[in-house]
Design a binder for this molecule. Structure first.
Ligand code: MSP
Length: 528
């Protein structure tokens, strides 16, 4: 079986990462970790997009060279944030690395040799923020300080009018083949609304794509004409191939390429669902399995775009809520593929009710009762009844459903809700069974029931620790350790989703300890 290959976009290094970037990266990380827990070999790639006019201008504005600027941002901002958020990428590609630039030149040279590239003139609008050639029809009319000018609909800043001699890729020839591919692979672009948008765009007719720029030099030189650099998007998209050995390591490439899933934001959908597949078709390379677009993150209802940051850094949230809760929150609160809002109030409310109360309290109550009533040794379940049978059955459904939702459908919210429904069921079970009352009764029957109830609750939590590992790795590990599972069942990373529902894994007599509180009470913090 080949590797399960998942990617994030490679991010522009013109600025430090914000909540939107982290949202995409965490989603990709959860998917990668989920597939690892299925026992699959996974290759998870992220990285940075370092060429182009936008980076060049930012570097100039900061009085340093573009490479120096990129180095600084990568080592001081991007990589540290991914470490902080426990992102488990297997590689980090930077488009200024030789392993990338050499291969990009070979790719483009090949297309040129095949006659897929020709020289022409480009006259038209360009948005440096998007690094995109725009169609006049897409632009919006400026108002106020921009009155009389045409604006980019995403950045709401004036476009520049380019007039350059460029090289063009014959993108217009790929429309029918692209439409046939969308038709034959209904899941290729997700969600449905994104797919419809792309189909409509391609049906309207594709124009050839300018794939070089000749008015600045921060890019990969066009191999046959040093007066041009390769258009930053062609350079960037190729990272998905160059990072896994394109033209360099056939074995790695065969094993990994194409990606099973490219996770991206809606803003860069056309590049991934139109240009990238056409580039691959031109080379006879296989197309990715799926382009999954996440929705746009809004803060307090306001659009947080590349040019309009609200100033909340991911670290501001992790220092308050913790990294695990941060990873969980956005996937829990927003249906993947839909736009969604962030607010302190909403995060605080969900943290308190779902993480601290439903889940964290359950874990501490169960481990505390085993400690108090059985001296910390997990008792054997000898008096199973219908309530336990019902819980076993519901765990089996929880595992199958969450696996399908997260692992196959990228429905992170649906998967998390399924898991937390089960957590509420364990709570309900304890409320009905009232082990604290049984604990006051010394009869052998009462002891047997008490043992069974606590075993059942602990065993259910064992399964929760596994299912929640991809989303909340740190707290899952704490729970795993306090259940004594690390000692009896080995590391969490070695567990498998498909076995999570197998009842009776946790051996009686495991040493249970009352671990740290998983989700501490939040400090007072006024919302913004
Ligand atoms: N460099 C290109 C991508 C090249 S991929 C071959 C680029 N970089 S970017 O730094 O602007 O990052 C864009 C991505 O960041 C989006 O596609 C999305 O995944 C993520 N997001 C940025 N802002 C976002 C929100 N406000 N909300 C959700 N995701 C956002 O484009």
């Amino acid at each position: 079986m080949t590797s399960y290959y998942v990617t994030t976009p490679i991010y522009y290094v013109n600025d430090a990462p914000h909540l939107g970037h982290a949202y995409t990266t965490v989603a990709a990380d959860v998917l990668a970790r989920w597939h690892r827990l299925r026992g699959e070999r996974v290759w998870f790639l992220t990285g940075t997009d370092e060429h182009g006019q936008k980076i060049l201008r930012t570097a100039e504005a900061n009085g340093v060279g573009p490479q120096q600027w990129a180095d600084r941002l990568v080592t001081e901002s991007w990589q540290p944030l991914w470490d902080h958020l426990h992102i488990t990428n297997d590689d980090f590609i930077r488009t200024t690395q030789r392993r990338h630039t050499d291969r990009v030149q070979e790719f483009v040279q090949d297309l040129y040799d095949k006659g897929d590239i020709y020289k022409g003139g480009y006259e038209g609008p360009y948005c440096v923020g998007c690094e995109e050639f725009k169609l006049p029809g897409e632009l919006i009319d400026g108002e106020g300080e921009f009155a009389g000018q045409k604006l980019c609909p995403i950045h709401r800043t004036p476009v520049e009018i380019l007039s350059e001699e460029n090289y063009f890729f014959k993108l217009s020839e790929y429309g029918d083949r692209l439409l046939a591919h969308y038709e034959a692979h209904p899941d290729f672009i997700q969600p449905e609304s994104a797919r419809n948008e792309v189909v409509k765009f391609v049906r309207a007719g594709l124009q050839d794509l300018s794939i070089s720029r000749s008015t600045f030099d921060w890019g990969v030189p066009v191999p046959w004409d040093a007066a041009h650099v390769i258009y930053v998007w062609v350079d960037a998209l190729l990272n998905y191939a160059t990072a896994v050995g394109y033209n360099e390591n056939p074995e790695k490439f065969e094993d990994t390429f194409p990606a099973d899933v490219h996770i991206i934001g809606r803003d860069i959908l056309r590049f991934h669902a139109v240009i990238w597949p056409a580039m691959l078709m031109a080379q006879g390379l296989p197309l990715p399995g799926r382009i999954a677009a996440n929705g746009w993150l809004l803060v307090g209802g306001e659009k947080m775009s590349k040019s309009n940051l609200t100033g909340i850094r991911p670290q501001d949230l992790t220092s308050h809520f913790g990294v695990d809760a941060y990873r969980w929150y956005f996937l829990r609160a927003i249906a993947f593929g839909q736009d969604g809002s962030f607010s302190w109030e909403d995060f605080t409310a969900r943290y308190t009710s779902e993480l601290a109360n439903d889940y964290g309290n359950l874990a501490s109550r169960v481990t505390a009762m085993v400690t108090r009533y059985f001296g910390g040794l997990l008792p054997a379940p000898t008096a199973n009844g219908p309530a336990e049978d019902a819980l076993h059955a519901s765990l089996a459904t929880t595992v199958t459903e969450s696996d399908h939702r997260i692992g196959d459908d990228l429905d992170f919210q649906g998967g998390i809700l399924t898991i937390f429904d089960f957590i509420r069921r364990i709570n309900g079970y304890l409320t009905t069974q009232e082990p604290w009352k049984l604990a006051k009764d010394d009869s052998p029957e009462a002891r047997a029931r008490l043992a069974t109830i606590l075993y059942t609750a602990a065993e259910s939590l064992r399964a929760m620790a596994i299912l929640l590992t991809p989303i909340m790795p740190e707290t899952s590990q704490k729970l795993w350790t306090s259940l004594g599972a690390e000692a009896s069942l080995g590391p969490l990373a070695d567990q498998r989703i498909r076995d999570a529902a197998t009842w009776g894994k946790l051996p009686p007599s495991s040493t249970v300890t009352k671990g740290e509180v998983l989700f501490p009470r939040l400090e007072e913090k006024s919302g913004t």
